[in-house]
Design a protein. Structure first.
Lengths: 119, 376
């Protein structure tokens, strides 16, 4: 699993990249109450806002961590946003991306580096 | 957070695992390990204990010894009938300014020989100066610095407080008493700011932690932070000073006309005579161009403070603005309050809010969003 400074995790699953937010991020957000997911079959570029996530505290955006195409979104989160607090690094993934260039993940943090990053 | 003040309960909050944040000049618990959503639901289903010691507690003592003189003096600053407030009763009110705006909202209690008022933390300095400037001929304004203030709210609040003083069961909504206890005299009112039955209790500072521990040991009582306090008061349709009401909003615009009794309105026994009376009395007769209303968004997306409101999906000019908005854990959907042009204020009116560049539909709704359970 790879991690970004925006507190997203990326997991390679076959030829797809699965994206979610970290336990640390979920904890900082507090109870999640609303999630707006992107349309599938959408080409996105790195740092484009793709998901709106609102907690009891505030609204925040999730940015596309890499260039690619959104091919699948986790519809379950729309009906049960609280899942993000329960299981952020497994069941509560946000979207799956297809990319031609997996080397985009090379410079990202591994788990140890991310742990050091969040202190 | 070195410039911030701490309440007497600071060490207990930390011990209980609270996340402390700056609020109105104090380091206050925004949430405990339970989290905002569960704390909210716990309060509605069981009981929650809140530290509200940052709020201002003030005794208004009539120099004549006659509380009626203190009532008349305070009536020069609030549009509320204090003279008709019976001994042992409390009432909601607001300090108005010369323009008819709201300087602060407050609770006023008649304790027989004096008035006891509770004001907001962020406004307390200004409120006290205001009372001293205008009431000192008739009253001494004593700021209470040596007492903590707790709120105990929810369906199990009565049983929890009754374990400490049996008077708890005898009180009705907005009753006030001074009750002796193992923790010294408790100044109790059966009130609060969550829409739940419950109490606000002033206790001597040196007893505050022991008293809190005694309440937390009772069945179903959990400590609750400011995060849940905010969603609870919003579900109950109650205003947060600085968000929903401020110096630019009049009590009538804020839909708080119910707090202005007949005696203070045009034609009443003690009509007017408070700051901004010209505007406020006229608004009571003729209405206002905008009103505070409840708003229920169609979808799940919360519409938060400062979201602009429109009459239609393509209207170019906003006709209102949201002043508070959050997810309502008990109602299970988002809720907001805000000001709309009066022609859109009727319950059921369809309106639109601009969220992230998109016009999202919502409906003007009656408040409270969740029926209150006060013990009347």
């Amino acid at each position: 699993m790879k991690f970004t400074e925006e507190h997203e995790w990326l997991r390679i699953e076959g030829d797809l990249v699965v994206v979610g937010i970290t336990e640390h991020a979920a904890e900082q957000l507090g109870d999640v109450v609303f999630i707006e997911l992107p349309d599938t079959e959408t080409e996105v570029t790195k740092d484009e806002e793709v998901v709106v996530i609102e907690s009891v505290k505030a609204a925040s955006d999730i940015l596309a961590p890499i260039d690619g195409e959104i091919v699948e979104v986790n519809e379950m989160l729309v009906d049960d946003p609280g899942k993000v607090n329960e299981d952020p690094q497994n069941d509560a993934w946000f979207f799956k991306m297809k990319t031609d260039d997996l080397s985009q993940l090379d410079d990202m943090m591994d788990e140890a580096a991310y742990k050091a990053f969040i202190g | 957070m070195s410039d911030l003040k701490r309440t007497q309960l600071f060490d207990l909050h930390v011990e209980l695992g609270a996340k402390m944040v700056p609020f109105a000049g104090y380091e206050m618990p925004v949430q405990y390990p339970l989290g905002v959503m569960k704390e909210h639901i716990h309060t509605r289903e069981n009981a929650g204990l809140f530290d509200v010691s940052h709020m201002g507690q003030v005794i208004v003592r009539p120099k004549s010894g006659n509380v009626a003189d203190a009532a008349l003096a305070l009536e020069t600053l609030v549009p509320v009938s204090i003279s008709a407030l019976k001994e042992g009763r409390q009432r909601y009110g607001m300090f108005t300014n010369d323009d008819g705006g709201i300087m602060d909202d407050l609770m006023i209690a008649n304790r027989g020989d004096q008035l006891f008022v509770v004001v907001n933390a962020a406004c307390k300095g200004a409120d006290i100066a205001h009372m001293r400037a205008h009431m000192s001929d008739q009253c001494d304004i004593d700021v209470i610095e040596d007492r903590a203030l707790l709120a105990l709210q929810g369906p199990l609040a009565e049983a929890a407080l009754a374990s400490i003083t049996s008077v708890a069961t005898e009180m009705k909504f907005m009753d006030v008493v001074i009750a002796p206890s193992d923790f010294g005299d408790l100044w109790i009112s059966r009130s609060g700011y969550t829409g739940e039955d419950g109490y606000e209790i002033s206790v001597a500072q040196d007893q505050a932690i022991a008293f809190s521990r005694a309440l937390l040991a009772q069945n179903g009582v959990q400590p609750i932070g400011l995060g849940a306090r905010d969603s609870l008061r919003l579900e109950a349709g109650l205003c947060l000073y600085g968000n929903d009401i401020d110096e630019t909003t009049s009590p009538v615009e804020a839909s708080l006309h119910w707090a202005i009794q007949k005696a203070r309105r045009a034609g009443g026994d003690r009509a007017g005579g408070f700051p901004g009376a010209d505007r406020i009395l006229k608004e009571l007769e003729n209405g206002t161009s905008r009103l505070r209303v409840g708003i229920l968004p169609d979808g799940r997306a919360p519409m938060r403070a400062h979201t602009m409101l429109f009459a239609s999906a393509d209207a170019t000019e906003p006709m209102g603005e949201i002043t508070s908005g959050a997810f309502g854990p008990t109602i299970g959907k988002p809720m907001s309050m805000g000001y709309v042009a009066s022609e859109y204020a009727a319950s059921g009116t369809r309106i639109f809010a601009e969220l992230r560049g998109k016009r999202m539909p919502a409906t003007v709704a009656d408040m409270p969003f969740r029926p209150s359970t006060y013990k009347r």
